[in-house]
Design a protein around this ligand. Structure first.
Ligand code: F6P
Length: 372
């Protein structure tokens, strides 16, 4: 009997997605009769029934996703500015294609959507992806290793110009809620200061660290700043504003303000520029900024990501044959394991303040803009 497997990539793209698509497709077709149906542009393809036959050959080394992607979720689709729940349309497509399973490659939001569809009666499995490495219940995610190398290379290159000109250079690295990429690249690239969303910074601490370097005749500094890096002052401001809003506003209005503030917190664009201006004033040193942005999502996957994607993709098919459904296929301590979606959905893998990486970085003199 033919197994009918639906597949899609959702959320942000990253290197290694094509390697995973190839692994799933080839493993499934090699071990039994399988029909692979790919949906284009994430869940939009499922909602609007836009399917295609995915290419499986010649894609192992390609960055991005050959299926296309989008951030839309069936339970919340913007139609002419109005949010609509199009879950029924997504389910109808699944049924029309007589799918046995839908495999979704995605990040935190995709896990939530997968759980939602699974609770609505579909067989869904997922793979963890994303350069942020912010999914829980998996040691790592597809794409993280490649982005880590790219960010590290950028820091390496910035070092030579920073020391030549005796400047402070801030390098902004993607990651709104979790700073894994900044932490990893900051350690690997030997950044002098690392700013993470998890550790609100104090401008005075950073200034002191830079001035101390200068006194030691180290006349340049590299600061790795997470996109979601946030100052203590800003955190306090948000807290105060939230309280004020709650005092003066009632019910739905207060909730809406809270939601907006949370959105701002998650999208602190311009923070690095603000920090750079502050530091130039407080240290009197020339300061420059490099925002790596979406460059970090580009390029061919690293060898490690290709291996990870191949391992996870083939394991996914194996677990499918064993009857697993409603799971994310992750890695834990070197083992590939199926994790129930409700243990993953909507959760971010926040870096603990005493994480071994942070401890090691502190031990080699890295400053986190805090009192630690
Ligand atoms: O979730 C991955 C990520 O690259 C984050 O690091 C970044 O904050 C966000 O996506 C950017 O999203 P977009 O591509 O929608 O601008």
């Amino acid at each position: 009997m033919t197994t009918r497997i639906g597949i899609l990539t959702a959320g942000s793209d990253c290197p290694g997605l094509n390697a995973a698509i190839r692994a799933i497709g080839k493993a499934a077709q090699n071990d039994s009769q399988t029909e692979l149906i790919a949906f284009q542009d994430g869940f939009l393809g499922l909602i609007h029934d836009q399917s295609m036959q995915p290419a499986l050959s010649g894609i192992l080394t390609l960055g991005g996703t050959t299926l296309g992607t989008s951030r839309e979720q069936p339970q919340r689709v913007s139609v002419k500015g109005q949010m609509q729940d199009l879950t029924d349309a997504a389910i109808a497509t699944y049924r029309r294609h007589k799918l046995d399973v839908l495999i979704c490659l995605g990040g935190v939001e995709t896990q939530s959507t997968a759980l939602h569809l699974s609770r609505n009666g579909l067989n869904v499995m997922t793979l963890p992806k994303g350069i942020d490495n912010d999914l829980v219940m998996t040691d790592t995610t597809i794409g993280y290793d490649t982005a880590l190398s790219t960010a590290t290379e950028a820091i390496d290159r910035l070092h030579s110009t920073a020391y030549s000109h005796h400047r402070i250079i801030l390098v902004e690295i993607l990651g709104r809620r979790c700073g894994w990429l900044t932490l990893g690249a900051g350690i690997a690239g030997g950044a002098d200061v690392i700013i993470l969303p998890e550790i609100p910074y104090d401008i005075e601490r950073i200034t002191a660290a830079i001035m101390e370097r200068n006194e030691e005749n180290k006349r340049f500094s590299i600061i790795a700043v997470s996109e979601g890096g946030i100052s203590k002052d800003t955190v306090e401001f948000f807290e105060r504003t939230k309280n004020v809003n709650h005092q003066v506003r009632k019910g739905a209005e207060a909730e809406q303000v809270d939601r907006q503030l949370n959105q701002i917190e998650g999208r602190m664009t311009g923070n690095t520029i603000f920090l750079a201006n502050q530091l130039e004033k407080s240290t009197g040193l020339q300061t420059r900024i490099t925002i790596l942005g979406h460059l970090l999502r580009g390029g061919a996957p690293s060898a490690t990501d290709r291996v990870l994607a191949t391992d996870l993709g083939t394991a996914c098919v194996r677990f499918l044959r064993q009857g697993h459904t409603g799971v994310m296929v992750g890695t834990q301590g070197g083992h590939i394991v199926p994790v129930p979606l409700d243990q993953v959905a909507g959760k971010y893998k926040i870096i603990a303040p005493d994480h071994p990486y942070i401890q090691s970085a502190r031990q080699v003199g890295t400053n986190f803009g805090d009192e630690g």
